[in-house]
Design a protein around this ligand. Structure first.
Ligand code: IPM
Ligand code: MG
Length: 387
């Protein structure tokens, strides 16, 4: 028996060693980081803009237009540059056989923050090579460790902010699993002390600064004992530094149920979750707000930050000729977060208020994703009139 599998196990051990070394190097990199950039102290902020795939270029163009209007003075004065970055398309990525081709990555490194349209993520069996997701690759390359996803439904009392850990968990080496034999495949989940501390601290600091009274830690630590257990323990430790905030612990399955429980869900305010649970539950949460097309997402690191929709490139909408009816609100909500992140709080508030008015109050135009509603362009104009 041992002999029969010896070669396969040796090969897998070697791959496993590479993975461990890679992750330990990452830990050392996190340890050596020197803290967050203060964008307000920069002479010039470069905002990179990538359209992406599918409906991406359409909704990203909408956000660009709004930025040109809101930041006109800063752009004219050379304090802010909107820089289009080409090549983050599935065609170009496939041609290079890379999640993010090197020349595109070089351009991204020259920016401070990035506004990114959704990109196609191939999986086995697609016409594309099965390369890593561009989002995931960018989050790792720029060390964007916090995925911050707000969901608000004012008339239902929902005001949630999800802090999804963004570089570890099942995503850390999600493209490096091992087919040990034809019959056995293994993936890995990663939790590090440093990676967990920084997401937990960011969430608690956010809660403290914004007068939030409750932080909910969501894991599956009863089953995924080692990595989720570590994640939970570290979050609990950090929670002790914030005695004024109530901290509670949930398992992801029951939390998924509680989000549809109208009596309980309004109690929740801030959530901290490992990567995969955060991915799944934020789609569910966004659905209450009007769908994933309405939700934006901030990917925050110390040096870089990237802002995007929470959804994908919607190839079905494109195939059915409905791309022009795509909802720009996800990218516009991402823009709200980006403006706030670079210190343009007044502009961020203006856009947030206009979006709230158009989406929740006035509703003179409605997006349905098809010809029964407004087009992306019409809705963008409507928002801009209400800035
Ligand atoms: C998201 C998306 C991505 C993710 C995909 C496109 C790789 O679903 O940003 O939530 O899983 O993180
Ligand atoms: Mg997702």
């Amino acid at each position: 028996m041992a002999d029969r599998y010896q070669d396969a196990i040796e090969k897998a051990k070697q791959r496993f060693e590479e993975i461990l070394r890679g992750q330990l190097e990452r830990v050392e990199r996190i340890k050596s980081q020197s803290g967050a950039v203060d964008y307000t102290k920069l002479d010039k902020i470069v905002i990179g803009i990538c359209g992406g795939d599918g409906i991406g270029p359409i909704i990203t163009a909408a956000a660009r237009k709004v930025l040109e209007e809101l930041l006109a003075g800063d752009i004219r004065a050379g304090r802010i540059e909107l820089r289009d970055i080409e090549g983050l398309t599935i065609e170009n990525r496939a041609a290079h056989g890379k999640a993010i081709p090197d020349d595109v990555m070089d351009e991204l490194y020259k920016c401070h923050v990035i506004l990114k349209g959704p990109t196609t993520t191939p999986r086995a069996g697609d016409p594309w090579p099965n390369i890593e997701s561009a989002n995931v690759a960018m989050r790792k390359a720029l060390d964007l460790y916090a995925n911050v996803r707000p969901v608000r439904v004012p008339d239902k009392g929902i005001d949630w902010t999800f802090f999804r850990e963004n570089t570890e968990g099942s995503y850390a080496v999600g493209s490096q699993g091992i087919h040990v034999t034809d019959d056995l495949a293994v993936d890995f989940t990663v939790t590090t002390t440093q990676g967990t501390e920084r997401i937990a601290r960011l969430a608690f600091e956010y809660a403290r600064r914004n007068g939030k009274k409750r932080v909910s830690i969501v894991t599956k630590a009863n089953v995924i004992k080692t990595t989720d257990g570590k994640f939970l323990n570290i979050c609990e430790e950090i929670a002790k530094e914030y005695p004024e905030i109530v901290t509670d612990e949930w398992y992801i399955d029951i939390m998924t149920a509680k989000l549809v429980d109208e009596k309980r869900r309004t109690d929740f305010q801030v959530f901290i979750l490992p990567n995969l649970y955060g991915d799944i539950i934020t789609d569910e949460a966004a659905e209450f707000q009007g769908g994933v097309g309405t939700a934006g997402s901030a990917n925050i690191g110390d040096r870089y930050a990237m802002f995007e929709a929470i959804h994908g490139s919607a190839p079905r909408m494109v195939a059915e000729g409905r791309a022009k009816y795509a909802d720009p609100c996800s990218m516009l909500r991402a823009t709200v977060m980006m403006l706030s992140h670079i210190g343009k709080q007044a502009e961020s508030d203006r856009l947030a208020r206009a979006l709230d008015y158009c989406m929740f109050e006035d509703k003179a135009l409605v997006i349905t994703g098809r010809d029964t509603g407004a087009t992306c362009e019409q809705f963008t104009e409507y928002v801009m009139k209400n800035l």
